[in-house]
Design a protein around this ligand. Structure first.
Ligand code: ADP
Length: 458
């Protein structure tokens, strides 16, 4: 479990990367230092051999080195060879004469030079052999040796690296662990809070107050917004179910009441007919209600396909007007289709027809006998506009903002004819599903005006 935490993995990667970087860096320092130290040592050897070359003289095949002949202690020595390769001068201690490399001497006598390392009495000595010249002619060779302490210095460097390398990794690991913990801590807090929310209900929110506007803060806020949307949608669903059950109970209670009263004693056929007619009317009401509920439920689940075909708005209005004309005439209402533009919208003909029918049904339903309903359509700045105006009782201002809500009825007491309050909710869904809008204006006592707008198809 511990090894699967993000904190552990982040720290591990951090330490691994640092280990590789540090190793490469140490190797670079080691190699560069080695190069520099050997360069310096070789320069010293060169300088010494230059001195010998400056003071040596040759006469008749014999070399004369103007140096004190006594041997030196330690590991520095100078040795010269004559042109025949014989030792002419040697101040190395007799007990530990460095071995002569005749191949190197041969190279020097032919003009080349050679550097090598030798072990002498447990000490590493670096040796340079190069030619000696007099008047441009090779007259012999000189060999100089100096203690080679480069290896020792490099060994000390290696020791320092060996100690500091794991120490730095340990320190970096601890720092990385601490930093990763600090960075990831808020995520843990958010996770715990999210767990609490799922346990205690969607009403809870994360405490995003103190969180900064960084990745974690944004995550927490997005999470809160998501929970708020879920909460809202669950709440609406619960409300919808409760309202739907309530609406269904009313006609069922009426049905039950009527049939029960009818069954209390024997009735005449006319009385039975009367009851059946009432039952039939209630059944119609329920069919309409259930139809509306189904439309909205399927719309919520995005199950109703909204096709995009060219629909003549005027054609749809004409069909709808004819469908409600009988009801309007029966109530003595003057239903008129006014002249206007024939606008084409891209949409679903059945749904647009349902929208117009719902508006006209309402107008006929709420307008008093002898009233007037005017329907028209026009093109307005790229919008296809449908207008349904009546001179009915109108809608009080305080209700105007709600009449498109589900189950909302502006005046429940008044509405002997009123439906379940779903008609305008369906209209709004249809308008919005087409990328349009719907709005109502009203002057109470003078009438209402409904305006639906769809994007006109060009
Ligand atoms: P309902 O099934 O009750 O007609 P709607 O959603 O179609 O439901 O309408 C909601 C409410 O808006 C109605 O109850 C009514 O009070 C009011 N309303 C709708 N159209 C009109 C209108 N043309 N004139 C007056 N009031 C209206």
């Amino acid at each position: 479990m511990f090894f699967r935490t993000l904190r552990f993995r982040l720290t591990l990667w951090y330490v691994l990367l640092l280990a590789i970087t540090l190793a490469a860096f140490s190797a670079g320092v080691y190699l560069a230092l080695r190069e520099i130290l050997y360069d310096n040592l070789d320069d010293s050897l060169e300088a010494r051999s230059d001195i010998v070359a400056g003071i040596v003289s040759e006469s008749g095949g014999r070399l004369d080195v103007g140096l004190p002949g006594e041997t030196v202690e330690g590991d520095e020595f100078i040795r010269t060879f004559d042109i025949a390769g014989e030792v002419a001068f040697d101040n190395s201690p007799a007990a530990q004469k460095p071995p002569i490399d005749s191949a190197a001497v041969g190279t020097a006598l032919t003009g080349g030079s050679d550097t090598r390392g030798i072990e002498s009495a447990g000490i590493t000595v670096r040796v340079l052999v190069r030619p000696l010249r007099a008047d441009g002619e090779i007259v012999g060779a000189v060999e100089v040796g100096l203690e080679d302490d480069v290896g020792e210095t490099l060994g000390q460097l290696l020791l320092a690296i060996a100690v500091l390398y794991p120490l730095s990794l340990l320190l970096a690991g601890a720092g990385g662990w601490y930093l990763a913990g600090r960075a990831l801590g808020p995520i843990d807090t958010v996770t715990r809070a999210a767990r609490r929310i799922s346990a205690e209900g969607l009403g809870q929110r994360l405490d995003t107050e103190g969180l900064p506007d960084d990745e974690v803060g944004r995550l927490a806020r997005t999470f809160d917004e998501m929970i708020a949307r879920l909460d809202d949608s669950f709440r609406r669903q619960r409300q919808f179910t409760a309202d739907a059950s309530h609406e269904l109970r009313t006609p069922l209670t009426a049905l039950k009441g009527q049939t029960e009263v009818a069954l209390q004693r024997d009735r005449t056929p006319d009385e039975y007919r009367e009851v059946l007619r009432a039952v039939n009317a209630e059944a119609d009401r329920m069919i309409r209600l259930v139809g509306g509920l189904m439309t909205l439920a399927r719309a919520d689940a995005a199950q109703i396909p909204v096709s995009k075909e060219p629909v003549s708005l005027r054609g749809v209005i004409r069909v709808a007007t004819e469908q409600v004309r009988a009801a309007a005439t029966e109530k003595g209402i003057d239903l008129r289709l006014l002249d206007g533009d024939d606008v084409v919208v891209s949409g679903d003909e059945d749904l647009v027809l349902q929208l117009v029918l719902n508006l006209l049904d309402n107008a006929v339903k709420y307008t008093h006998g002898g009233g007037k309903i005017e329907v028209s359509c026009r093109l307005d700045a790229g919008w296809a506009e449908l207008l349904v105006a009546d001179d009915g009782p109108g809608i009080p201002q305080e209700h105007l903002g709600h009449i498109f809500d589900r189950f909302y009825r502006a005046d429940a007491a008044r509405s002997g004819e009123a439906g379940a309050g779903l008609g305008l909710a369906i209209c709004r869904w249809i308008a919005e599903a087409h990328g349009g809008t719907i709005a109502a204006e009203s002057t109470p006592g003078q009438g209402s005006r409904f305006v639906a707008r769809f994007p006109a198809s060009s």
